[in-house]
Design a protein. Structure first.
Length: 95
């Protein structure tokens, strides 16, 4: 799956929406606490529907918050910056 190429202003807008989203923050927190996970593992830990997780993961990958790695048939996701969850919480307070 190829990550969408977006202009910078679209990435900023998408990052803003992800920062305000409780679902995106739950996924980010899950990856922060558990390291590299696939969508099924994120579902088990968060109980967010897999289709919704995939929707948000794709957008988080688009703006560079999440990085994917394919191992066998599974795609595993991890945060590109481990300090990100704390920074997002601070940013959410300001926005």
């Amino acid at each position: 799956m190829k990550v969408l190429e977006l202009p910078d202003h679209d990435k900023f807008h998408l990052a803003y929406k992800m920062c305000k989203s409780k679902v995106a923050r739950a996924i980010i927190d899950c990856l922060s606490q558990n390291g590299e996970l696939n969508v099924t593992m994120i579902y088990i830990k968060t109980r967010i529907q897999q289709t919704i997780i995939s929707f948000y993961i794709r957008r988080l990958e688009c703006i560079g918050i999440v990085k994917a790695q394919t191992i066998g048939k599974c795609r595993y996701y991890k945060l590109t910056n481990v300090g990100l969850p704390d920074r997002l919480k601070e940013l959410a307070l300001v926005i």
